[in-house]
Structures are given as C-alpha cells and as structure tokens.
Ligand binder design. Structure first.
Ligand SMILES: *Cc1c(COP(=O)(O)O)cnc(C)c1O
Length: 232
C-alpha cells in the first residue's frame, strides 16, 4: 500500500504539472490536506512528510485531533472547511486558523466577537454555491458582495477570498466552468474595491481544473489519505 508520504508526493506532482500547464509558479498554490475521518496518527504521518496545513469538516473531530497533536500546534495550520453552526463558533474562533465555510454574516460576526485578542486575526473565506445546487450550502453569487463588504469590516477577521465545492464529475472543460465562474466573481469583488487573494477550489477529482482557473488553495483528501468509509 502506498504510504501517505508517497501519496503527498504524487499530489504535489499533479499540482506542479497543472501549474506548469497554467503558466503559474508552483508557489502560487497551497495544498490543504483534508484529514476528516482520519486519525491524528495519519495527520502525524503527513506532518513527518512535511505537510503542515490540514482541513477538517467536523468541529468536534478536529478539536480531538488538535488535542492529540497539541505539542505540534505551532507548526500546524488548521482549516475548517465544513458547515459551521452558530453554537460552534466560539470553539472554532478559539482553535482554528482559517474558516473556509462562512456562509452568512451572522456567523462571521460571532467569529469576530469570539476571536481571542491574543490570537492573530482569523482568516476566512466566503463559501459560494457556485453551481446553484439546492442541496449545497453557500451564498448565492448575487448575495456575495454585500456580505463580503460587511465581513471585510469585522475587526478580528481577515477576509481572504472565496470557497466553493462545485458539482463533481465530467471532463476537464466542464470541471473548469464553475471554477472559472468563482474566479470571475473574485475578480469582480476586487474590481469593486475588496482586496481578496484566495480561491479555495479543487479536490482530488478536479484539482487540475481548479489550478488552471486560478485556485490558490486546493483541498485534497482522498488522494492523500485514501478512501473514506462514510460518504461526506
Ligand atoms: C471532503 C472534502 C474535501 C476533500 O475531498 P477529496 O475528494 O477527498 O479530495 C475538500 N473540500 C471539502 C469541503 C470537503 O468536504
């Protein structure tokens, strides 16, 4: 069985080739290793191979892993990429470095109020329902600008950009379409005076399409840690 280290190598190779094809420097894309459903030991193994940024979907599961890996906290960056309910904002504000899944102003306001003064600003992205699926969370594209302005003004947050989980499947061209739509939205926000530098798109199945369309953070789980038994 391939080790986590060798799978990380493979994913880095995929990112490097996609950057080449896009004419982008490899350093313009950050790999977020999505460790949801995998153990603290798996995170540790990835860490030994040099990976320092990890994405988690479930708050309690993430807190348990952070506790198990507390000794390495300084070297690690924890990103929440799953849905966030109001009653969980406090622990998230206290423990995470990034939240990609902010989908309403209320959540951002709570995170800002609850972010400890001793911590650096919490880095956030707005989640956008870019393919307009009824079942997916995220702001509708038309709602994004006013929310982005309000979030950018919150004192303890730093609004970095946009995140999306487009419908999977299809060929490279059909995968690129929703990614391009998200990038166009980011460009429009920046033209309207916001200063956003992050596009969080691309997973195991579509990271090449995402890099071609300007992804700055790709969130990869399966290709690093293997298949998950529970569908998420
Ligand atoms: C699970 C998950 C990922 C990783 O997906 P893979 O297909 O396993 O790479 C990325 N982003 C989000 C929001 C996820 O929930």
């Amino acid at each position: 069985m391939a080790t986590i280290a060798s799978k990380l190598d493979e994913v880095s190779g995929r990112i490097a080739r996609a950057c080449d094809a896009a004419g982008r420097p490899v350093s313009s894309v950050t790999l977020l290793a999505v460790s949801k459903t995998f153990s603290a030991d798996a995170v540790l193994e990835a860490m030994s191979a040099g990976q320092t940024r990890f994405g988690e979907n479930y708050v309690q599961e993430a807190l348990d892993k952070m506790a198990a890996l507390a000794a390495a906290r300084e070297q690690l960056e924890w990103h929440l990429i799953g849905p966030l309910q109001s009653n969980k904002t406090r622990v998230v504000a206290e423990h995470f470095d990034w939240v990609h899944s902010v989908d309403r102003l209320k959540i951002a306001q709570r995170l800002s109020e609850q972010r400890g003064a001793h911590l650096p600003a919490l880095q956030v992205c707005l989640q956008v329902n870019i393919s307009g699926e009824a079942s997916k969370s995220g702001l509708a594209p038309a709602e994004v600008e006013p929310v982005a302005r309000a979030v950018a003004a919150l004192p303890r947050l730093r609004l970095r950009g946009l995140m999306a989980i487009p419908e999977g499947g299809g060929d490279l061209d059909s995968q690129r379409r929703p990614h391009r739509a998200l990038r166009d939205l980011l460009d429009r926000l920046n033209a309207a005076g916001l200063a956003l530098d992050t596009l969080s798109i691309g997973m195991t199945a579509d990271l090449e399409a995402a890099v071609l369309e300007g992804a700055t953070i790709v969130r990869v789980g399966t290709a690093i840690f293997g298949g998950r038994s529970t569908a998420v």
